[in-house]
Design a protein around this ligand. Structure first.
Ligand code: RFL
Length: 426
């Protein structure tokens, strides 16, 4: 099947229909294809969009192990860069953590998500994998029965159907898989009340570490992507439009928050891409709904503060592939029955660490919070009641805890080991 083929014919079939050609869907497709399972990937976007959509860059050691196990890691070994240092720049001073020498002594591999997706797609097509681009899944029906159906529309709006034995929802948080779940689906959602202006700059990295800056104006982050491209983050007020900040304002804010006067100038470069990411966490209480199984962002959204999303997507895709292969080739449904529980252990651990990072990096008086900070003034015994207690006191307490958390990370080897294990781990 060619890349341009769409799902417009009246009805087509595959044992597994995979929705979405991101890290989750393409990893799953490759593993099923290698096992000889009849599958197809349906992707809403065109091939160019899929190959160029820039998002993640920090791959966990386990992600590399999974991709290695299945012969999918050539590109990241050739072009990715091992990475094991981060630098915290705070109001109370700066320090570096060589996390690659702490905890389990594991490193990240810095490799842009669009390059990983391109590798996975190339591999899948070379192995004869079927994919229909510009084919948007509308709904998954019949998930309680043995033959679920995916209704689709191609780029010209023509309808079609795919009938499957299993449907893998790898189409992200706003995809058709989530929209097709039963109305009583349980979902846990947290709005962290923090937004980031996420920037890709045509600039070499300005330091040999991931930079996390905590500043009274708000958080700023620096992450290498390639030798010529750097990702920067700037905390901004929730609701800020992506184009609201001029390049001049961005440069000034980066210099100020990352304390360029103390640490040396930053490479700013031309801004290649900008978006506003609101930090939210979202988890479904199960990943299996009859013959519909979810993986990646469709299953859970960890706020990007801990760089876990693409890593969870690859891990879940491997677990799902193993479970489907067991069921379809050996009639053994045990792994499929246990799929939700196995994934949720990893998902909640990633969520917990992302939550911890958000608390570490953001002050309660950041941009748009409207919060004031102040201790309670009054008698030093008894409950703190009266006009002085309230949100300002609460913010003061949170801010003091945040600074204390940073201090623990700076000084405690045990704390640093814990950080390293969770930061690279999945
Ligand atoms: P994706 O990558 O969103 O792919 C889903 C695919 O499904 C398609 N689609 C549909 N196709 C057919 N029918 C429909 N109805 C469809 N609806 C959607 C889409 O076009 C798309 O091709 O999901 P997947 O595979 O679950 O992968 C998840 C990751 O993309 C995501 O978690 C990460 O990018 C998160 N993330 C990071 N994760 C990391 O592990 N390390 C990082 O360093 C990291 N940095 C980031 C990030 C996410 C970011 N943003 C933009 C939220 C940095 C940022 C700024």
């Amino acid at each position: 099947m060619t890349e341009r083929q769409t799902g417009r014919t009246a009805q087509q079939t595959a044992d597994v229909v995979i929705l979405g050609a991101g890290p989750a869907g393409l990893t799953l497709g490759n593993l099923l294809r290698a096992a000889g399972i009849d599958c197809v990937v349906l992707e809403r976007a065109d091939p160019e969009h899929v190959r160029t959509r820039a998002r993640a860059g920090f791959l966990a050691a386990n992600t590399v192990r999974v991709l290695d196990r299945h012969g999918l890691a050539d590109g990241l070994h050739r072009h990715g860069k091992p990475h094991g240092t981060c630098e915290f720049r705070t109001e109370d001073g700066s320090f570096r953590l060589d996390y690659g020498a702490l905890g389990r002594r594991e490193l990240h591999t810095v490799y842009p998500q669009q390059d990983l997706v391109t590798d996975l797609l190339t591999h899948y097509l070379a192995a004869g994998g079927r994919i229909a681009f510009e084919t948007e899944a509308q709904a998954v029906e019949g998930i309680d029965g043995p033959a679920p159906t995916v209704t689709v529309r191609d780029a010209e709006g023509r309808p079609g159907h795919w009938r499957a034995r299993y449907v893998a929802g790898c189409d992200g948080r706003h995809g058709a898989a989530r929209r097709s779940l039963p109305p009583d689906t349980r979902r846990y959602h947290r709005d962290h009340g923090v937004s980031w202006l996420a920037l890709l700059a045509e600039a070499p990295p300005s330091m040999d570490a991931v930079g996390y800056a905590m500043h009274p104006d708000g958080f700023a982050g620096h992450m290498a992507r390639t030798a010529d491209v750097t990702r920067y983050y700037l905390q901004c007020a929730p609701g800020t439009p992506a184009d609201a900040w001029s390049e001049e304002r961005i440069r000034t804010a980066l210099d100020r928050r990352l304390r360029a006067d103390e640490h040396g100038p930053l490479h700013h470069g031309r801004i290649l891409h900008r978006s506003v990411v609101h930090l939210e966490s979202d988890v479904l209480d199960r990943l299996r709904y009859g013959s519909l199984l979810l993986a990646g962002d469709a299953a859970s959204l960890p706020a990007p503060a801990a760089a876990k999303g693409a890593n969870l997507a690859v891990l879940e895709a491997e677990l799902l592939a193993e479970a489907l292969i067991d069921e379809l080739q050996r009639g053994d449904a045990r792994a499929l029955d246990g799929y939700s529980a196995r994934c949720l252990t990893h998902i909640w651990r990633a969520q917990e660490f992302a939550h911890w990072m958000i608390q570490l990096l953001h002050s309660p008086v950041g941009p748009g919070s409207g919060a004031a900070v102040g201790p309670v003034v009054g008698p030093a015994v008894g409950p703190a009641v009266g006009a002085q207690a309230g949100p300002a006191e609460e913010s003061f307490f949170h801010e003091a805890m945040r600074r204390s958390r940073v201090e623990s990370l700076r000084t405690s080897r045990t704390h640093q080991d814990w950080f390293a294990e969770n930061y690279v781990g999945i």
